[in-house]
Design a protein. Sequence first.
Length: 367
Amino acid sequence: MINVDKNTFLDINLKAINKNYNIIKQIVGRKCIIAATVKADAYGLGADKVVNSLIKKGCKYFFVATTNEAIFLRKLNKKINIFILNGLITNELKLIHKHNLIPVINNLNQLRKIESYQKIKRNNQKIALHFDTGMSRLGFDKSETKLLVKNKSKLIKKSKVFLIMSHLACADDKKSKLNKIQLIKFDSIRSHFPNCLHSLSNSAGVLLGKKYHFDMVRPGISLYGGQCQKKEKLIYHEVVSLRAKLIQIREIYKGDTIGYGATFKAGSKMIIGTLGFGYADGFNRLFSNNFQIKLRNKTIKLVGRVSMDLITVDLTDIKSKKNIMNEEFEIIGGKYSINTVAKIIDTIPYEILTNLGKRYERRYISK
């Protein structure tokens, strides 16, 4: 059952995503493939709308985290290339084959499983191989890499290696020595797999320079307007705007307190407005008494704690309140981008985006 709250709105600018795609294309050049990372429902923005929009821009390659996410994309389009980053789960081989998906193989055990399966099916399944060059999370480790390179023809008989990849751990810091270490390691590994695509860079890696781009880059947060490098001059367009309408206005008086824990006490008569979203919608409790929103180009303070479904704001200095119940307050957007909002509570724009809940009415801007 869909129950949409008409008082809160998440505006998602598909045009801006397409513009960011074009910016990345200008950076990496025409010969480099841009594969959009759309895991976690396109970072919470709606994979169906985002993917269809990017397909129209010419994007043919997409990365997701899980098989379920991949199957969802396949139902949208039969021709795109879909990679599953989390690799191969035993019971998913039939689904991967059925939906023509490309699993990212992360270790020898996964490789052996898919090779055994293909001895029976004889389908020459496309695969990607992920090598760990410094992230220590997923991918063939040092000993497995050495074994695979030495025995490549024995270990890979039925599968078609379509892509070799690794993942940068510190690309958000241009000065990190690990970037070059990973680059050298990846360059060495890929030399043993000349007849396939090679990919190292995520959003931040795109900004490290041409030598990190290889055949394919895999941007995620940069497509959605997020800052991906420390001290980066932001070159990407904002994609999201979070807005809400009031659900109640009230007067309070000197000595009155607001919200759980009575963390705000009025020093004089005030006009307080209540907006219908809270931490259940991804608006962090750390914003309590520590956030500002906008109305009519004026800054309004959040007062009291963020509740599960509600926040309260100080409307005292707003002169005319005649039509205020029908006006939209801007919570994220403009001066308060996802990057600015993230810094307020010492987190990253990835977390701000992916935490935005499903109760907002999503309004897509495509023209």
